[in-house]
Write a protein that binds this ligand. Structure first.
Ligand SMILES: Cc1ncc(COP(=O)(O)O)c(C=O)c1O
Length: 176
């Protein structure tokens, strides 16, 4: 008999099931309303289910949901034009990824390549995602140990220093 598939216990689950949202409000299954100060990791920064966002997603999904980034894509070109009006002068290139962890990992890779330096500083209590490079940089011994369980994680971890949060003196001392 097939055993049921369950999610790996990666997240500590809160006892709250949100079934719908609108603007700054969330509703649970029992119909209770909550004011959302979290905005889904800030992903829903323009409000939950904003009609223009919903319409844009629907319009694109009806045309083309996904194709490889190796091909030109009109929607990506439009996004680049908009982002170009928002980014500081001097930033001329973008690289689209699918998750926060990927974005952070690419930022680390670019910074190391650009500067030729290898050491990375992280802060206690910080969280940057669940890829190897972002886990070794996590400000929690639990996450760092998960990454160090493999050889690649151990190699990366040698380049990471973890500093206390909100302690400029400790940071200065580390860079002296
Ligand atoms: C502060 C922070 N950085 C990075 C991430 C990773 O983002 P993602 O889950 O999209 O990879 C998260 C996700 O919880 C986060 O809270």
């Amino acid at each position: 008999m097939l055993s049921p598939l369950v999610e790996m216990p990666v997240y500590s689950r809160w006892p709250l099931e949100i079934v719908r949202a609108s603007g700054s409000y969330l509703w649970d299954r029992a119909g209770r309303r909550y004011l959302d100060f979290y905005a889904g990791h800030a992903v829903a920064g323009s409000g939950h289910c904003h009609p223009r966002v919903v319409a844009a997603i629907r319009e694109q999904a009806e045309k083309l949901i996904f194709y490889s980034s190796a091909l030109p894509c009109e929607a990506r070109e439009r996004l680049l034009r908009v982002l170009g009006t928002l980014t500081p002068p001097g930033l001329t290139r973008a690289f689209f990824v699918n998750s926060g962890a990927e974005a952070n990992e690419q930022a680390l890779a670019l910074a190391r390549r650009r500067t030729g330096r290898s050491r990375i500083v992280g802060f206690e209590g910080a969280f940057h995602g669940r890829t190897l490079a972002t886990l070794v940089l996590a400000g929690s011994e639990h996450y760092r140990n998960l990454a160090r369980a493999g050889a690649a994680g151990r190699v990366l971890a040698e380049h990471v220093r973890c500093l206390p949060w909100n302690d400029p003196e400790a940071a200065r001392a580390r860079f002296r």
